[in-house]
Design a protein around this ligand. Structure first.
Ligand code: NDP
Length: 611
């Protein structure tokens, strides 16, 4: 067995693999994604907006040139790029009461972004904002979203508190028809979809979940009216006499458990799989240092991070964080093996370097748990037994410490999850935990049908929906264009750069690409822009020929990174695929593609010449 504090040389790799396998096997279940339920029916009110009152308005029935669905960073980055390109005739439709997307909705206490703000916050040079800290809290991110909207005049034509319910292509008129929950029927020549990868909350399908009679809410709809406090960190005085339970210990729970432990009379954390918690080391951004960064600094930082995080080489590590640390260790090992130990550089050598670095990192992470958490049994339960990238890595300097707070109890479920819920609380084993309040930190839809994740269906030429079209896996050119769905542009990362450690980088690039495409359409007077079927299929074949990385790795402990532990088929591989040569190569490729003026693979045509 590997000792928690062992050096890489001391790690018993065979024993470690056996332990990883044993822990994974405990968690494997046959229902995969079906274990979760949608917030519909009795749970539909969990989606209500607790932050903004929905003001009644007359339904709209009009026409716009371009519609951007989603006012999160996808819509904001695309809107900014369109304005920069002088393209002004667009409207944004957003379900929330303001811009911000996930940062509008996720206001849970302690919410922050664990990708460094210097690269995560988009358009910093354009807006002149200096992040206050290396990693910033949600209110600052939400404020930045609004800053982008103000800088680029995006409040000019926006429909807030408006949820798209259906998007349908009218082939004869060459227009998209957008239906919303406010009764709007809007016709739009072009539609850009920025609905985000992880925004529709899901609930665990625990028997009896519907019977709980206490207060309950999902982390992405935090009810400060009940808990007291504010997203800025004011104490939640409403919890001072409450027994609070939280289900889930993913990236979200890791951030809000500290404040809950501080403020609740008693806190019960129901854990199925512990997260890996690496060091955060947050610090302020020095204004003098920031002021001296020259023009173009953010692009340089973005590419530096993307390069280092995905295994490339660079002279210096500008971001220097937990994401680049693991890559740094792998690189150092490869260099040592080749230049000092005289080994030949082969794919196996790279795999060995990765595994050794990961074993070392995870051994450190388990040792950190032991060093911080005072109760040995609790510390044992909090140790993650899997590779770091099997699940979303977490970085925090207060989470583990929270378990030293009197009144905070970790209820480990031996990988099985909560067994049953009743009117008054939660059952684990033969023990009933009586609760006043139950917080769902159970995550967001991933891997389910596209329409279900968006919250609406997109119906293309011939009445086919995107969900049907992608039933056997996403098929696009560059992640953005889908044949039979003309004039529709998907803003995301899959089948493109797929840089999951810094999502907004994908979005600013996609916004630039779309601005070029629409600029060209205007120049040549094209009414319809559609990907050629052969070009789409060539792109898909290229992606299919590539390994899907961790997303396809059934050896990992189950989670949304690996299809909940079920072997990945074509659908899962395609849905999670990215450019085979990696994000940096994709960014270079797409920059050349959009600036070549050729837009290879796309047809720009007049509606009259359509088939
Ligand atoms: P996750 O899907 O990561 O976590 C859900 C949690 O619920 C898991 O711990 C899961 O356990 C647990 N769970 C599910 N069902 C049960 C059950 N029946 N009994 C007990 N536990 C259960 O959701 P999060 O909201 O934490 O994070 C989602 C994503 O949001 C992150 O991966 C990240 O991409 C993003 N995020 C980003 C942040 C940032 O800093 N940029 C911050 C927060 C979130 P198990 O692990 O066993 O499945």
């Amino acid at each position: 067995m590997a000792t928690a504090a062992g050096t890489p040389e001391e790690i018993d790799r065979e024993a470690l693999r056996a332990r990883y396998q044993e822990e994974r096997d405990k968690r494997i279940r046959t229902d995969g994604n079906d274990q979760y339920i949608e917030p519909v029916g009795k749970f539909a009110s969990l989606l209500d907006d607790p932050y903004t009152e929905v003001v009644p308005r007359e339904p709209l029935s009009d026409e716009v040139e371009i519609t951007l669905i989603g006012g999160g960073f996808s819509g904001l980055c695309t809107g900014a790029r369109l304005r920069q390109a002088g393209i002004d005739d667009f409207r944004i439709i957003e379900g929330g009461g303001d811009f911000g997307g996930v940062w509008y909705w996720n206001r849970y206490p302690g919410a922050m972004c664990d990708t460094a703000a210097m690269i995560y916050l988009p358009l910093l040079e354009e807006t002149g904002h200096r992040p206050s800290q290396k990693y910033v809290f949600a209110p600052e991110i939400f404020a930045h979203a609004k800053r982008i909207a103000e800088t680029f005049d995006l409040y000019r034509d926006v429909l807030f508190s408006t949820q798209v319910t259906k998007l349908e292509w009218d082939d004869a008129a060459a227009r998209w028809v957008i239906h919303t929950n406010r009764g709007d029927v809007i016709r739009s020549r072009f539609v850009s979809m920025g609905t985000g990868p992880l925004h529709r909350p899901k609930l665990p399908g625990i028997p009896g979940i519907e019977t709980f009679a206490g207060k309950s809410f999902h982390t992405c709809r935090w009810d400060y009216g009940y808990t007291g406090g504010t997203p800025d960190g004011e104490p939640m005085s409403g919890l001072a006499n409450k027994r609070v339970g939280i289900i889930g210990t993913g990236a979200t729970a890791v951030q809000c458990i500290g404040p809950l432990a501080r403020d609740a009379q008693e806190l019960f954390v129901f854990q199925r799989t512990p997260s890996s918690i690496d060091i955060r080391n947050n610090h302020e951004i020095d204004p003098e240092f920031f002021d001296e960064l020259g023009p173009g600094w953010q692009k340089k930082w973005l590419l530096n991070f993307a390069t280092l995080q995905t295994g490339g080489f660079a002279d210096e590590d500008l971001v220097k964080d937990g994401w680049t640390d693991i890559s740094q260790r792998i690189r150092d090992r490869i260099v040592k093996k080749v230049s000092e130990d005289g080994e030949t550089l082969t794919p196996q050598l790279a795999v060995d370097a990765y595994e050794e670095s990961d074993d070392e990192k995870m051994t450190e992470i388990r040792a950190r748990v032991e060093a911080i958490v005072q109760d040995p049994q609790t510390a044992e339960f909090l140790k993650p037994w899997y590779r770091q990238l099997c699940k979303r890595p977490c970085f925090h300097d207060e989470y583990l410490q929270a378990y030293n707070t009197p009144g905070t109890h970790l209820i480990d479920t031996e990988g099985k999850g909560v067994e049953r819920i009743d009117e008054t609380g939660v059952w684990v084993g033969a023990v009933h935990y009586e609760l006043d309040c139950l917080v769902w930190a159970s995550g967001f839809e991933f891997g389910t049908d596209y329409g279900r994740r968006c919250g609406y269906e997109t119906i293309g030429r011939g009445g086919v929906t995107l969900s049907e079209r992608w039933a056997d896996g996403m098929e696009t050119l560059h992640g953005m264009h889908v044949h039979d769905f003309p004039n529709l542009f998907i803003i995301g990362m899959n089948q493109a750069a797929n840089l999951i450690s810094n999502i907004t980088h994908n979005l600013t690039e996609a916004g630039s690409t779309l601005a070029k495409i629409l600029g060209h359409a205007q120049e040549v007077g094209a009414e319809v822009v559609e990907v050629d079927e052969a070009a789409e299929q060539a792109w898909v074949s290229m992606l299919e020929g590539n390994e899907a990385g961790m997303l396809g790795n059934p050896d990992c402990t189950p989670g949304y990174y690996n299809n909940e532990g079920k072997p990945a088929g074509r659908r899962e591989k395609l849905n999670g695929s990215g450019y085979p040569e990696g994000p940096v190569a994709f960014f270079e490729f797409i920059d050349k593609w959009r600036n070549s003026g050729q837009f290879e693979g796309l047809d720009f045509r007049n509606a009259k010449t359509m088939d």
